[in-house]
Design a protein around this ligand. Structure first.
Ligand code: UD1
Ligand code: CA
Length: 459
């Protein structure tokens, strides 16, 4: 019988000191609760319910379009048991196991969720939970056990006596219940320090109903860390980054000073990729075999085919770099920059919605926007496409084997046909025919002896 997963995510997260709801805080570019959702679905959940409250609209919008996902709203945050009770209308008739996780615990593994379902079934009981030993259990609920090791209950940090606070076994907030959950949940009250309905009180309620609470212990302290503060978010991020780097190095990626390299979960790297220190790879960036990325380059949603090269301090956003093409140092590729095989973009060059044909070159200090450059053309230093007239964008079309001399302004819309040559310093606002030479600047005038006369006059 497949299970359902309820994710509790209605809290504000006061300790984050932020306007953003806690569960939307980005962890390697993806909202915290997104990790919980992905884990829930990967565990084979038939249904996933997210309990939202603070920033409900924002949370709902972020995850629009996920199939088999429902949201329920907890209007007032009266505690974790109250939060879970909000899912009852959606899951009341659901016959299978119900796994409950917290939206602020993003590193929980898929096997941990499925293991808990198994533990409940093997224990032939109605409740199972995870536990974990921590060197510093501050802030967590402590697990109370009897002399036989059976779980008796949980006491929240703020309700605990000094002796109870010395207990290192904690409740990480991951549970599994059978469908008797809803009737048991109705028995939870709010007689405690926080005047909240505590979900872990279900332990006592199940025991009073004559059932044991099954438990599995996790040894991976990383996987159950809750994010309540910025420092904990940074710690979780550190752990996740470490996992990602280790994963890709095992796939054949070379990282120089790996601890300085930032990469997000959707990034894909092939074997023999080399990443120099300080590289940042974001979103759906894909690097093919043997790609080298120089120090401090920042690539977002960018593809570099096998053998492409990105030199240091280059910034690419939604760009495509074909094999044998090379970019930078200090280049900027903006959305829809597309380099065909062997094309080159050099230092201080910006491309936006521009396509460079095979072996086309833009070596230095240029801006190409809304442009197309044919194969083997050469764009000189300081060339600018004037693509914007203050109201509309216009295209510049440059054919094959065109030479555009340095510091020319190409005033779009304009077409330079194959084989044409633009003299340096030209302001081009008319089409140039095939194989023509275009010069569009003042003719130079030399005035003989002028400077000598000036100097002589000055005496
Ligand atoms: C909770 C547990 C504690 C456990 C710890 C593990 C309770 C009472 N305590 O404490 O035993 O050690 O998690 O991380 O359950 N939420 C709601 N509605 C509410 C209150 C909370 O949706 O009314 C959500 C929050 O958004 C959060 C999760 O439940 O995602 C946990 O709430 P939080 O306040 O962080 O609980 P902890 O104090 O960490
Ligand atoms: Ca928490």
């Amino acid at each position: 019988m497949a299970h359902a997963v309820v994710i509790l995510a209605a809290g504000l997260g006061t300790r984050m000191k932020s306007r953003l709801p806690k569960v939307l805080h980005p962890l390697l570019g993806k909202p915290l609760v997104g990790y919980c959702l992905d884990t829930a679905f990967a565990s084979g959940a038939e249904k996933v319910v997210v309990v939202i409250g603070h920033g409900a609209k924002q949370v709902r919008q972020t995850f629009e379009g996920y199939p088999n996902l429902s949201f329920v709203v907890q209007e007032q945050q009266l505690g974790t048991a109250h939060a879970l009770a909000q899912a009852r209308p959606v899951l009341a008739g659901f016959p299978g196991p119900i796994v409950v996780t917290q939206g602020d615990t993003p590193l929980t593994r898929v096997e941990t969720l499925t293991g808990l379902v198994e533990a409940m079934q093997e224990g032939a009981t109605g409740m199972a939970m995870l536990t974990m030993k921590l060197d510093d259990p501050t802030g967590y609920g402590r697990i109370l056990r009897d002399e036989h090791g059976e779980i008796l209950g949980n006491v929240e940090h703020k309700d605990a006596t000094p002796e109870q606070r010395a207990i290192c076994e904690i409740n990480p907030g991951v549970y599994c219940f059978d469908s008797s959950l809803w009737e048991k949940l109705a028995q939870v009250d709010n007689q405690n320090a926080a005047r909240e309905y505590y979900l872990p009180d279900l332990i006592r309620i199940y025991r009073e109903a004559g059932q044991k609470v099954a438990s599995t212990a996790s040894k991976d302290t990383g996987e159950l860390l809750g994010v309540n503060s910025r420092a904990q978010l940074a710690e979780v991020e550190r752990i996740l980054l470490q996992r990602l780097r280790a994963h890709w190095m095992a796939q054949g990626v070379r990282m120089i000073q790996p601890e300085t390299i930032y990469l997000e979960p959707a990034v894909e790297l092939a074997a023999d990729v080399t990443l120099w220190p300080g590289v940042v790879l974001r979103g759906q960036t894909r690097l093919g075999e043997g790609v080298e990325v120089g120090a401090y380059a920042v690539l977002s949603d960018t593809t570099v085919e096998a053998g492409g090269r990105i030199k240091s301090h280059t910034v690419c956003d939604e760009a495509y770099v074909s094999s044998g093409a090379y970019v930078g140092p200090f280049a900027r590729l903006r959305p829809r920059a597309y380099l065909e095989e062997g094309a080159h973009v050099g230092n201080f060059v910006e491309l936006k919605n521009a396509r460079l044909g095979k072996k086309a070159k833009v070596g230095h200090l240029a801006y190409l926007g809304d442009a197309e450059v044919g194969e083997e053309s050469n764009i000189g230093a300081g060339v600018i496409t004037a693509n914007y007239d203050g109201q509309q964008k216009h295209r510049t079309t440059i054919g094959k084997r065109v030479f555009v001399g340095s510091n020319s302004v190409l005033i779009a819309p304009v077409t330079l046909a194959d084989g044409s040559f633009i003299a340096g310093g030209s302001g081009i606002n008319q089409d140039v025919p095939e194989d023509a030479l275009a010069i569009a600047r003042e003719r130079q005038r030399n005035i003989e002896g002028y400077m000598k006369r000036k100097r002589d006059d000055g005496r």
